[in-house]
Structure formats: structure tokens, C-alpha cells
Write a protein that binds this ligand. Structure first.
Ligand code: A3P
Length: 293
């Protein structure tokens, strides 16, 4: 069941933690926030940000690297699912810097200290709306309690087209971060899943630059970028023990976070009419914004 809260759709159980984060979170200039709408590449981006920012602390090639032992959702916790969940208000001031957090909320619902009163960085990733929908549908179908019966593709698609999806409407979510990235490119970096798939090394170099820790010439000669992208690749991550058997966010099986990891899987699920309907909506919503898929 989704409710409209602060102009986006979410589940009632998420609201307390969202308000708590908005009330209590105190940003530090060195913080990095990974922001996404569900199923757009969050797990991948968390892994990349963690590996890039901590590459001098944790050897990327070591079998002891934290990404081999912990799911990215435990290393870069969500403000709303972990940090402020269950009515807790933790003291975060003693955490090592840079502190890495994540959020699914739209830009304007991020804690104010984070967007207004600090120089912390926000990295956003989005994905073409067709693949994002397909990924969401598979995910929800997997975790939905059996007593509710199957979630039909048609019903899910209809809701998606009306904007009714967790943290959506999808287009508003993307445009909030997109516009902010144009206004303040030093604060918000806007990435697309498809661009990462096309040239991951290039995007990881851009990411490091944005985060204020560019790769040195020596690191480039030592192939550190390749090592990071390999560590965080779909095949590699999917096969870490912790991602085969462990659980992280809200007790979900980590293996459910790694399905196909491809661009264009929507052709296997969506009918011509569905594609036409969603294309029309996206064309209308994104017209004149400069954002395209
Ligand atoms: P599919 O369902 O299309 O396979 P999120 O992390 O935001 O929940 O997004 C999940 C999507 O990202 C899933 O897409 C998943 O397979 C894909 N994914 C997870 N880890 C990935 C990685 N390391 N590289 C590329 N895609 C990844």
C-alpha cells in the first residue's frame, strides 16, 4: 500500500524514518550521499562509491575487501531503512569520514542540512524507465507475501504510468536530481545506468573526480580503475558468498538484488502498447528538460 507523502509515494512504515532523518541528520562537508529510485542501480553505485572512496584504506585486490564480506547496503546504509529506522536516532558524529549514506527520497525531501547547509556530495543514478519498471516488477513479485496473490504485470504497469511507484512518480524523482545537477554540478552528479554499462571505467574516473579523489597517473598505470570496476561487476558481486546467502536491507535475501543486470531486458516483458504508453508519458514529462533516454 502506497501513500502520497511530501509529493512522493511511499509505504507508511517508511515515513517515520524519513521524518526522523529530516529532523536529526546533521550533514558534514565530507559526506557522500548515494541517491536513487529503487531498482535503478543502487547496489552497484554503492559498491563503486565505497570502493573508490576507500581505495587507499582497503586494497581492492584483497579477499578481505569489505565488499567481499558485506553487501553494499550494509556499507552504505540507507537513512530511511537503516540509520533512522525503528525510531532510532544514532549519534553519527564519530563515524570515520567520509561518511557514506544513501537515500531513495526525492531531492527536496533530503534532510535540509544536507542540501542547504553543507558542501557534501550527492551522487544520483537513474535508469531507463522500461528496465526500471521490469526490475521493480520482478523484485516485488519475489518479495510479495504469498497470501496477497501475484502482482499482475498489467496492474503494476498501470500504477507505474500513474506515477504510483515507491518514491515516484519516477519522472519527478529523476527531474528533481537532474535539475539540481545542472544548477550545482559540484554538488550533484547525475549518472545513468546505461552509461555505466557502456563505459564503466570512464564513469568511475568521472565519479572519483567528482568526489574529490581523482585517480593519479600512477594509479592509472597500475590499473586501479580496472580493478575497481572488476570488483564491483555484476558477475563478481553476485558470486560473493555474502550476496549468495546473506541478508541485508530489511532482511531481504541479498541474492534478490542481483537478477540480470542488463540493458534492454524490457523487450522480454512489455507489450507494444505498454511501450507506446510509457514512451508517450516520458516524452511529455521530459520535454524541454534536456534529459533523455
Ligand atoms: P535487473 O533486475 O534488471 O537485473 P537496485 O540495486 O537499485 O535495487 O537495482 C537492481 C538492478 O541492478 C537489478 O537489475 C540488478 O540485477 C542490477 N545490478 C545489481 N548489481 C549490479 C552490478 N554490480 N552491475 C550491474 N547491475 C547490477
Amino acid at each position: 500500500m502506497l501513500y502520497l507523502f511530501q509529493s512522493f509515494w511511499c509505504q507508511p512504515k517508511e515515513i517515520q524514518a524519513i521524518i526522523s532523518a529530516q529532523t536529526h541528520f546533521e550533514a558534514q562537508d565530507s559526506d557522500v550521499i548515494v541517491a536513487t529510485i529503487p531498482k535503478s542501480g543502487t547496489t552497484w553505485l554503492k559498491a563503486l562509491v565505497f570502493a573508490v572512496v576507500n581505495r587507499r584504506r582497503f586494497d581492492v585486490n584483497s579477499i578481505e575487501h569489505p565488499l567481499q564480506k558485506s553487501n553494499p547496503h550494509d556499507l552504505v546504509p540507507f537513512l530511511e531503512y537503516k540509520v533512522y529506522a525503528n525510531n532510532q536516532v544514532p549519534n553519527l558524529s564519530n563515524l570515520d569520514s567520509p561518511r557514506l549514506f544513501a537515500s531513495h527520497v526525492p531531492y527536496n525531501s533530503l534532510p535540509k542540512t544536507l542540501i542547504k547547509n553543507s558542501n557534501c556530495k550527492v551522487v544520483y543514478i537513474c535508469r531507463n524507465p522500461f528496465d526500471t519498471f521490469v526490475s521493480i516488477w520482478h523484485f516485488i513479485s519475489k518479495i510479495r507475501p504469498t497470501n496477497l496473490g501475484p502482482f499482475s504485470l498489467e496492474e503494476a504497469f498501470d500504477m507505474y504510468c500513474m506515477g504510483q511507484v515507491g518514491y515516484g512518480p519516477y519522472w519527478d524523482h529523476m527531474l528533481g536530481y537532474w535539475e539540481e545537477s545542472l544548477k550545482s554540478p559540484q554538488k550533484v552528479m547525475f549518472l545513468k545506468y546505461e552509461d555505466l554499462k557502456e563505459d564503466i571505467n570512464l564513469q568511475v574516473m568521472r565519479l572519483a573526480e567528482f568526489l574529490g579523489c581523482p585517480f593519479s597517473a600512477q594509479e592509472e598505470r597500475d590499473h586501479v580503475v580496472d580493478e575497481i570496476t572488476k570488483l564491483c561487476s555484476f558477475q563478481n558481486m553476485k558470486n560473493f558468498e555474502v550476496n549468495k546467502d546473506g541478508k541485508s536491507i530489511l532482511n531481504f535475501d541479498n541474492k534478490g538484488l542481483f537478477r540480470k543486470g542488463e540493458v534492454g531486458d524490457w523487450v522480454n516483458l512489455l507489450s507494444e502498447e505498454m511501450v507506446e504508453r510509457l514512451s508517450k508519458i516520458m516524452d511529455e514529462k521530459l520535454a524541454g528538460t534536456g534529459l533523455e533516454f
